[in-house]
Design a protein around this ligand. Structure first.
Ligand code: DC
Length: 202
C-alpha cells in the first residue's frame, strides 16, 4: 500500500510530535524534512557553500551532532531560500514519499511542492506566542540559555523568511486540513490528525 501523508506548518507548531505519533499509529515511515535543511545549514555554519553542501548531502549527515539548536534553525531557514538548495533535496524527499507501506513527511512545502498528490494534507499551526513558549521550554530543558524573548524573535524571523521566500513559501495547500494546536494538548492534536487520516482513507 502506498499512502503519503503531508504535514506542513510553521516552526514549533507541533508538526514533529504529530508526525511521529501518526507514523507510529499507522506503521508508516516518517521523514522530518526540516532535518535536511538543518544538515545543510550546519554545513554552512562549518564553512561550506550552501548549494555544494546540499548537492553532496547523504543520509548520514542527518545523524550528526545536534541539529536542533537555534543557530542551526536560523541557518536552515536561510539556506532554504536558495532555489538550488531546494532543488537538490527534492528527489530524496519524493522517493521517500513513494515507500511501500506508507510515508509521513513533515515540513513547509510537502503538500504544495514536494507531494502535491499526497493522499492527506494537514497544515498544523499555532500562534507565535504559543509556539515560542513550547520551543522555549524544549530549549531550556536541554540547557540552552536563550530567553523567551530570544526564542519568540527567532520564531517570528523564521516565519517571516519561510512565508515570504519566492521559492516554495510556507503556505497551506488548497486542499489541506488546518489543525490549530494553540488550545490543544499534544494528545488532542494527535487524535485530530489521526481522525482526519482515518476519514480520508475511508
Ligand atoms: O521544521 P524545521 O524547524 O526543522 O525546519 C528548519 C528550516 O528548514 C525552516 O525554518 C525552513 C526550512 N524548511 C523548508 O524550507 N522546507 C521544508 N520542507 C522543511 C524545512
Amino acid at each position: 500500500m502506498r499512502i503519503t501523508i503531508a504535514i506542513d506548518g510553521p516552526a514549533a507548531a507541533g508538526k514533529g510530535t504529530i508526525s511521529k505519533a501518526v507514523a507510529a499509529h499507522f506503521g508508516f515511515a516518517h521523514l522530518d524534512t526540516g532535518l535536511l535543511y538543518r544538515a545543510v545549514g550546519a554545513k554552512v555554519l562549518a564553512g561550506q557553500e550552501a548549494i555544494a553542501a546540499a548537492q553532496a548531502l547523504v543520509a548520514e549527515d542527518l545523524d550528526v551532532g545536534d541539529l536542533r539548536t537555534p543557530d542551526v534553525a536560523q541557518a536552515a531557514s536561510k539556506v532554504a531560500v536558495v532555489p538550488e538548495v531546494r532543488a537538490a533535496l527534492v528527489d530524496f524527499q519524493r522517493s521517500f514519499a513513494q515507500r511501500a507501506g506508507g510515508a509521513v513527511l513533515d515540513g513547509r512545502d510537502i503538500g504544495t511542492v514536494i507531494c502535491p498528490e499526497a493522499d492527506v494534507k494537514l497544515f498544523v499551526t499555532a500562534s507565535a506566542e504559543v509556539r515560542a513558549t513550547r520551543r522555549f521550554k524544549e530549549l531550556s530543558d536541554k540547557g540552552h540559555a536563550d530567553t523567551f524573548e530570544d526564542v519568540l524573535a527567532d520564531v517570528k524571523a523564521r516565519d517571516e523568511r519561510d512565508m515570504n521566500r519566492a521559492e516554495a513559501p510556507l503556505k497551506p495547500a488548497e486542499d489541506a486540513v488546518l489543525i490549530d494546536t494553540s488550545e490543544l494538548t499534544a494528545e488532542q492534536a494527535i487524535a485530530a490528525a489521526i481522525a482526519e487520516i482515518d476519514a480520508k482513507r475511508g
